[in-house]
Design a protein around this ligand. Structure first.
Ligand code: HEC
Ligand code: HEC
Length: 510
């Protein structure tokens, strides 16, 4: 059943793989890892908690009534009061911390890098000694058994380079999840020495293999994080978090891809995720991305305490300013159009900004429904797992169906667009007749074109069915694949070309 034999890596795991990076290819070391899925944070306000009965730190283990009924968020969720987060401590934990729990022993990781040193622009400030020379996408840390390991961190998906500069919070649209992490791990086993190191390596490798099948996607950039999260739920007991090699509930059968959303918007969001389901304390919900090797509530509670700070750090992130000149007259015209046609869903910007936090029903938005409806992360058994779990104590999945109208801050930088990354340029979002059905786009962030804004692409006449070579196929975006449709969001189709140009000019200012 689910675990067919290994193949692919779960996002998290990965390291070695051949992942493509978006970095400037001339300086980027090859691969790095990817890691885990996701989940977010947000600003949920800690103090608003409904019945805070619990102590803080969230460790409560007393179970929430398990009576959660299908499809229904657990109404007994409790929200503990928490101390306010410390953003500086949160950054430190994000880039040096041990929230992944397992990884590849450092010596073996170093060998896997084949002596390549990491260029300075891909290193992070504030790294500790163990991490100082590593690329921004991985953390080195000591496991509970005292082994120094390296594993993909949150930034493996939630940071990307813009013209060579690492931009924290910008989703990585160029990671290659089409390849299996399992094979490189097999080979690496021969360079792991010592019983403790071998045990640490095997733990990471076994987990990677178990969730491997759920983590591949057909094209570069399509991110399987949601499916991996669902799979991790199936292998953990919701109450104790104990790991089970066999799935405890039905595993997901489909990998519905998504783009990685920018984290600077999280502070505006009441509910996280594209589907707008992630309610309550977002610091707890973000921990889903650290679940792979967290197998008991005590360890989870330690991480939870630090994630209060991680959330505080994420709330300090701001969208990068548009890097080129803006025509202010044109943008003023665009602002009027925006406030007339777009602001009811996307909010207003500048002074006294507003953000309505609206989840738009699928029949109204018309974009690909699969992420929100199919056998994917947001289906009821996974909502139920979450709401009953340690994580569900102070956060929960809401029972809504649709897509959230996201804040548009920094929208110039976040192509490809829509939740599944199906539209390569902003113009395509605003004119559905300009959306290519089949296309090949650059996967090098140096090619990103802020004046479009978006990724330059070449339109093709055929999709995946006509391409036999997987190495070629993974570069071709085929919007007829399940989960990849570029339909819907036709709200700007009736604008004239001039109006649309003005609107785009305004969007660059956000
Ligand atoms: C393998 C890639 C990957 C990794 C690793 C990852 N994320 Fe994510 N993250 C995603 C994707 C994809 C989404 C969008 C999922 C969705 O909305 O359905 C997401 C969503 C989020 C969100 C919600 C954003 C929003 O606007 O609703 C937050 C917050 C977040 N991630 C934080 C984290 C943190 C913290 C970590 C590390 C512990 C992490 N992520 C690791 C891919 C990743
Ligand atoms: C009825 C509500 C609604 C209206 C009106 C609306 N949008 Fe949207 N918009 C959405 C939703 C919901 C999404 C997310 C859809 C998805 O990802 O599947 C979205 C997505 C977008 C995106 C892509 C965001 C991203 O990160 O990929 C852009 C850009 C955008 N809208 C701009 C506009 C503009 C400009 C207008 C006005 C012409 C507008 N929208 C009108 C609801 C709306």
């Amino acid at each position: 059943m689910l675990m067919k034999q290994f193949t692919h890596l779960s996002l998290w795991l990965v390291l070695f793989c051949s992942c493509q990076h978006e970095h400037d290819s001339s300086t980027a070391p090859k691969d790095a890892g990817e890691m885990g899925e996701v989940i977010p944070d947000s600003e949920s306000n800690p103090e608003s908690g409904e019945n805070e009965d619990s102590p803080d730190s969230g460790v409560q283990t007393e179970e929430s009534p398990d009576s959660t009924t299908e499809n229904e968020p657990d109404n007994d969720i409790t929200y503990d009061k928490q101390r306010p987060g410390d953003a500086e401590a949160g950054y430190d934990y994000l880039i040096n911390g041990d929230y992944l729990g397992c990884g590849i022993p450092k010596g073996a990781y170093t060998i896997s890098q084949r002596g390549q040193s990491v260029s300075e622009n891909l290193k992070l400030p504030g790294r500790n000694d163990l991490n100082a020379d590593l690329i921004y996408e991985v953390n080195a840390f000591e496991t509970d058994t005292g082994v120094e390991v390296v594993a993909p961190n949150c930034l493996s998906c939630h940071a990307t380079t813009i013209r060579g500069d690492v931009t924290i919070g910008l989703g990585n649209p160029n990671r290659d999840f089409s390849v299996s992490p399992a094979l490189p791990l097999e080979a690496l086993r021969f360079v792991v020495f010592g019983a403790d190191n071998k045990a640490a390596f095997d733990r990471y490798k076994e987990r990677t293999q178990i969730i491997a099948d759920t983590s591949t996607t057909p094209v570069i950039g399509a991110n399987p994080a949601d499916a991996v999260a669902a799979l991790l739920f199936t292998h953990h007991d919701p109450k104790t978090l104990a790991w089970s090699d066999a799935p405890l509930i039905d595993p997901p059968t489909d990998v519905i891809p998504s783009d990685v959303p920018p984290l600077w918007n999280v502070k505006k969001k009441e509910t996280l995720y594209y589907a707008g389901v992630g309610a309550g304390h977002h610091n707890r919900m973000m921990m889903i991305a650290s679940m792979m090797c967290v197998d008991d509530v005590t360890k989870a509670a330690e991480i939870a305490d630090k994630f209060v700070d991680v959330e505080a750090y994420l709330e300090t992130l701001e969208a990068p300013p548009y890097p080129q000149d803006i025509n202010s007259e044109l943008s003023a015209q665009g602002q009027a159009i925006f406030e007339n046609k777009c602001a009811t869903c996307h909010g207003t910007y500048g002074e006294n900004e507003t953000y309505p936090n609206r989840v738009i029903p699928l029949d109204e938005i018309g974009t690909d429904p699969d992420l929100a409806t199919s056998d994917a992360f947001f289906r009821s058994i996974y909502r139920q797992w979450y709401n009953q779990s340690f994580y569900g104590k102070i956060s929960h999945f809401e029972d809504v169906e649709g897509y959230i109208a996201p804040p548009l801050d920094g929208i110039w930088a976040t192509a490809p667009y829509l939740h599944n990354g199906s539209v390569p340029t902003l113009e395509g979002v605003l004119d559905s007749s300009k959306r290519p059905t089949y296309y090949r786009r650059s996967d090098n962030s140096y090619d990103y074109d802020p004046s479009l804004p978006g990724y330059p692409y070449e339109e093709l006449t055929e999709g995946h069915a006509a391409i036999s070579n997987p190495l070629d196929r993974k570069h071709v975006y085929d919007t007829t694949l399940k989960g990849f449709s570029n339909s819907g969001h036709t709200f700007a189709d009736d604008l004239t070309a001039d109006e649309r140009q003005a609107l785009i000019e305004y969007l660059k200012t956000l």
